[in-house]
Design a protein around this ligand. Structure first.
Ligand code: PRP
Length: 182
């Protein structure tokens, strides 16, 4: 059994319920469309897998891998594309799927990049919208959970690549983080 240095914030049942609710909303808005879901690796893989299976309109899936520097410590985070999407999005309905919007730097950068390719529509969905460290104004269209603060892991989200596999979402105990107890 893995030793998890935190407490459950949203358990698997909370997550399942909320993903279902989001899917109802998205299904209503995208009825009859043929969409492109674009997910930013790695954190969003589990949310994307669960959400996609609950969507009843036609959609294809693509991935990007971005690396952001400076987030949290400066107001000028820069983002590097490590892997771009492969499906052309011009004239298509694009939905960005993220696990978390934190400073907002990653999704703001990526949304602008997609927008320049002239999609017919562009919306974003994040499982967690965390406001504490927001640096760039970005308002996701669909939000699973709004969270004020805390370091969150599980259900795809990591701490130094650990804990992505957990089926529940935890908030890490900051005292143990500070004490190097992880
Ligand atoms: C996380 C998360 C988002 C981004 C949000 O990714 O998956 O993509 O950070 O942070 P921001 O709003 O401050 O830009 P990370 O770079 O940690 O990579 P990972 O998904 O591989 O864990």
């Amino acid at each position: 059994m893995m030793n998890i240095p935190g407490t459950i914030l949203f358990d698997r049942h909370d997550i399942d319920r909320r993903v279902r609710e989001l899917a109802v909303e998205i299904n209503r808005d995208y009825e009859g469309k043929d969409a492109v879901l674009v997910s930013i690796l790695k954190g969003s893989f589990m949310f994307l897998a669960d959400l996609s299976r609950k969507l009843d309109f036609s959609h294809v899936i693509d991935f990007a891998r971005l690396a952001s520097y400076g987030s949290g410590s400066t107001s000028t985070g820069s983002v590097e594309i490590r892997k771009d999407i492969e499906i052309p999005v011009q004239g298509r309905d694009v939905l960005i799927v993220e696990d978390i919007v934190d400073t907002g730097i990653t999704i703001a950068f990526f949304a602008e990049r997609i927008r320049r390719r002239s999609p017919r529509s562009l919306k974003s969905c994040t499982l967690i919208d965390k406001k504490e460290r927001r640096q760039l104004e970005f308002v996701p269209d669909y939000v699973g959970f709004a969270v004020d603060e805390g370091f969150i892991v599980g259900y795809g989200l990591d701490y130094d690549e650990q804990y992505r596999c957990l089926p529940d979402i935890y908030v890490l105990d900051e005292r143990r983080l500070a004490g190097g107890g992880l």
